[in-house]
Design a protein around this ligand. Structure first.
Ligand SMILES: Nc1ncnc2c1ncn2[C@@H]1O[C@H](COP(=O)(O)OP(=O)(O)OP(=O)(O)O)[C@@H](O)[C@H]1O
Ligand code: SF4
Ligand SMILES: [Mg+2]
Length: 322
């Protein structure tokens, strides 16, 4: 069976006045139907640009896909026109953003915003439309959904707003949801509830998910497999449990060491020393070399191409034998 989403050697660059920012630089991964992939990495490594490339929502005029394929249900989205993409966005692939306050329109009621997707993609109106909106709000467990229809986003809590954003994303029954840090604006308890809710909905609807986060704890909870991104490239990818038990790339090992343990004292938390590189001026060789405790001579000269460490477990590091 072919994958639902198969991204191959995707390169998305941002052409700025000061030079070319290689935000996504040869990224490949796939997601099967009903599966959840976690995309993790530090701030600025290209996670959001990867998501936006899939939906072709790149910053204009500078952002451009320069190479690669985004095969969705066997068709290359890179080749689609804007008109064709409009029929895919929201209907077959939808996105949940980090901050629901920016993804919801403050000037429209919840009914208007959740209803829009049904009005456009399913041509519903009147009573049928209203019922569909209530059904969508119930799916994301909004209490007393009928009474919320006329509310505006600012009248709801952050957690509720994020549920509304979820209702909009799920409305047209997409086969893939891209969730870009959907819980970072929420407090810990609400975050846990929201993650559980997404899991439940996934079990009910069979929707596949691409889950972007810098939190490996969230990955452990949500994902079947993981891709670790560093400076525009995927440096390690594997089944979730395999990655947690047998991380191979020094960057992944560093990220895992940053995970707070239940019994850890706060002042003992570690972080990876050094700064991520400037994507407009990448070093030759392995991008992680300046921060890597295992760095060897070859690492500074040549980028290590991807190699298979074990079953379905790929690593870009000279330490791993080819
Ligand atoms: N509109 C833009 N103009 C110029 N550069 C941009 C723009 N958007 C993104 N970039 C550059 O592309 C790179 C990747 O950004 P991206 O937003 O994908 O990172 P990210 O991994 O999502 O980070 P975060 O975890 O902070 O959300 C960054 O280094 C950033 O400098
Ligand atoms: S290739 Fe070398 S520098 Fe890069 S992560 Fe591996 S050991 Fe470290
Ligand atoms: Mg981002």
């Amino acid at each position: 069976m072919s994958a639902l989403l198969d991204v191959q050697n995707l390169k998305t660059y941002y052409f700025a006045r000061r030079g070319v920012v290689k935000a996504v630089d040869g990224v490949s991964f796939s997601i099967d139907q009903g599966e959840t992939l976690g995309l993790v990495g530090e701030s600025g490594c290209g996670k959001t640009m990867t998501c936006h490339s899939i939906l072709k929502l790149l910053p204009k005029p500078g952002g451009r896909i320069v190479e690669g394929q985004v095969l969705f249900e066997g068709e290359d989205l890179v080749l689609k026109t804007e008109r064709q993409m409009r029929r895919i966005r929201g209907a077959k692939i939808s996105m949940i953003l980090q901050d629901s306050m920016t993804s919801l329109n403050p000037a429209y009621t919840i009914e208007n915003q959740v209803g829009e997707v049904f009005a456009i993609h399913q041509k519903l109106k009147g009573r049928a439309l209203k019922e569909k909106v209530i059904e969508a709000l119930k799916l994301v467990k909004i209490p007393a959904a009928e009474t919320r229809l006329r509310a505006f986003p600012h009248q709801m809590s952050g957690g509720m707003r994020q549920r509304v954003a979820g209702a909009i994303a799920l409305g047209a029954k997409p086969s893939l949801i891209i969730a870009d840090e959907p819980t970072t604006a929420l407090d810990v308890t609400i975050q846990a509830q929201y993650l559980n809710l997404l899991k439940e909905i996934q079990a009910e609807t069979g929707v596949a998910m691409m889950f972007v986060t810098h939190d490996l704890g969230v990955v452990a909870r949500m994902c079947d497999k993981v891709a670790v991104m560093y400076a525009g490239r995927i440096v390690e990818k594997a089944e979730m449990k395999d990655l947690f038990r047998h991380p191979r790339h020094p960057y992944t090992i560093g990220l895992l060491a940053c995970l707070p343990k239940m019994d850890a004292e706060l002042d003992k938390l570690v972080s990876i020393p050094g700064q991520p590189p400037d994507l407009g001026a990448l070093p030759d060789g392995c991008h992680f070399a300046p921060r890597c405790p295992e760095c060897m001579e070859i690492c500074k000269q040549k980028y290590p191409e991807e190699r298979l460490a074990r079953d379905e477990h790929y690593v870009s590091c000279w330490l791993v034998e080819k």
